[in-house]
Design a protein around this ligand. Structure first.
Ligand code: ATP
Ligand code: GRG
Ligand code: MN
Length: 277
């Protein structure tokens, strides 16, 4: 990315990291709803050009230079509130909402910095939908990688109705035995995560040329975690799926080649029409 964009993405990363650290970090047990309310009013100050510390100031600078909207930042804080009060998800709809709050938001924050290619004929909405999809895909992958780790903290970020349909109970997650039921359940979850990566690809192609390589790289790298879960024969209870360094390095030239792909020259309705004729 250009140095300006790089610094802006860094400031967004730092803010997200600190937000996550409030509820996930070493002092998380001291963080109440009140602390999150305070964090949110501090966010309003950042956007109003009244940063509280130098890391906030980096974000104030970013939002002054790029057309970033405050809403996804508020929504991420809402996701932290949700994580404080909730440790089970009844349906995928419920899980989707959580994933939007904590990860889809990151995609929405990033697009105004990365920029859309002047050659793109796609609707702005299509690009944002792709960014949202990449956040969702990453979060779903993160959840599938960390099933065992989360269970040891008493948390299950998996749709209960789908577990039940696969013949699995909560006790099965806590016992952590890889059975055929688990393999088949995981297979379905992995397929769904991949479908979000697929939708993200359509958005990535429409981004500004200078921003495409890092986005393709992160997409290809994180998606490989799903392959590693399969390679571990779906044992995400006792193993952390890990992409080896060599494979990560190999993804970089692949990502570079993908980033050379030009944005679609057809609008969505033209694409739709040509697929019918
Ligand atoms: N080689 C890899 N294979 C699989 N996952 C990886 C690999 N390298 C990094 N990750 C994961 O990518 C995410 C972002 O990486 P980063 O180095 O920022 O870790 P982190 O967020 O500090 O780690 P943690 O997940 O423990 O909070 C993390 O979830 C990390 O575990
Ligand atoms: C595709 C288009 C058009 C644009 C790109 C838009 C972007 C940059 C999307 C990326 C979104 C993103 C990076 C979301 C983060 C999701 C995620 C898995 C966070 C989890 O990180 P960890 O720190 O490992 O989480 P835990 O440690 O809490 O498990
Ligand atoms: Mn983390």
């Amino acid at each position: 990315m250009t140095p300006e964009r790089r610094r802006a993405i860094w400031a967004i990363y730092v803010w997200c990291r600190r937000t996550d650290e409030l509820v996930d970090g070493p002092n998380a047990s001291h963080i109440s709803a009140l602390a999150l309310d305070r964090w949110e009013s501090r966010l309003e100050d950042i956007f109003a050009g009244r940063p509280y510390d130098m890391l906030d100031a980096a974000l104030s600078d970013t939002v002054a230079s790029f057309p970033v909207d405050i809403q996804p930042f508020r929504d991420m804080i809402e996701g932290m509130r949700m994580d404080l009060r909730k440790s089970r998800y009844r349906t995928f709809d419920e899980l989707y909402l959580y994933c939007y709050y904590v990860a889809g938001t990151v995609g929405l924050m990033s697009v105004p910095v990365m920029g859309i290619s002047p050659d793109s004929r796609a609707a702005t909405e299509t690009v944002y939908k792709g960014a949202l999809a990449l956040g969702l895909a990453n979060q779903l992958t993160n959840i599938l990688r960390d099933v065992g780790e989360d269970a040891r903290r008493g948390r299950i970020y998996l749709p209960q109705d789908e577990l039940e349909m696969a013949g699995l109970s909560e006790a099965d997650i806590f016992n952590g035995r890889v059975t055929d039921e688990w393999r088949s359940f995981m297979g379905g979850q992995i397929t769904r995560a991949r479908s979000f990566f697929r939708r993200a690809e359509e958005g990535a192609t429409e981004l500004n040329q200078e921003s495409r390589w890092p986005v393709w790289a992160s997409l290809l790298l994180y998606r490989q975690i799903l392959d590693e879960i399969e390679a571990n024969d779906y044992d995400n209870f006792t193993k952390r799926a890990y992409v080896p360094k060599a494979k990560k390095l190999m993804a970089l030239p692949k990502a570079y080649l993908r980033s050379l792909m030009a944005p679609s020259s057809l609008t969505q309705s033209q694409r739709h029409y040509s697929s019918l004729t």
